[in-house]
Design a protein around this ligand. Structure first.
Ligand SMILES: [Fe+2]
Length: 133
């Protein structure tokens, strides 16, 4: 599937829970791609977007909690990026029938692959530092 996102080893942030969540998000976007490329109507696509929305919120919340626990210095900047994507993901769900699916897929694919390999990679070194208690 040429338009799928393929997991790359360098996507790993060294935390198995976060890596598993990133893989799950990628799988959801690929599933959305498959559904839309088969011209399935929005009664099928809408629940997939609903699931992606729910999972994105859970994942961002989890990532933000973990980073705070490891005193990541760019917490605020990273949260701003997440908040924009939270809103965008809600908009995609709410207005799914008004959007051209192709643009949405391109955006989701590019945002997530860029975010994982550029932004999330920046906190990876902080996660290996043990939290003292
Ligand atoms: Fe992130």
């Amino acid at each position: 599937m040429g338009n799928h996102i393929a997991w790359k080893d360098y996507y790993s942030v060294g935390d198995s829970t976060i890596d598993a969540q990133h893989r799950q998000i990628i799988a959801m976007i690929n599933e959305l791609y498959d559904a839309m490329s088969r011209n399935i109507d929005f009664t099928v696509v809408k629940p997939l977007l609903g699931r992606l929305r729910r999972y994105t919120m859970e994942h961002f919340d989890y990532e933000e909690t973990v980073r705070a626990a490891h005193s990541y210095p760019e917490l605020v900047q990273h949260k701003i990026l997440h908040d924009k994507m939270r809103q965008r993901t809600i908009d995609y769900y709410d207005n799914a029938n008004l959007l051209t699916g192709r643009d949405m897929l391109v955006f989701l694919k590019e945002w997530w692959s860029n975010h994982i390999q550029n932004q999330d990679q920046k906190y990876a070194p902080f996660l290996v530092t043990a939290v003292s208690c």
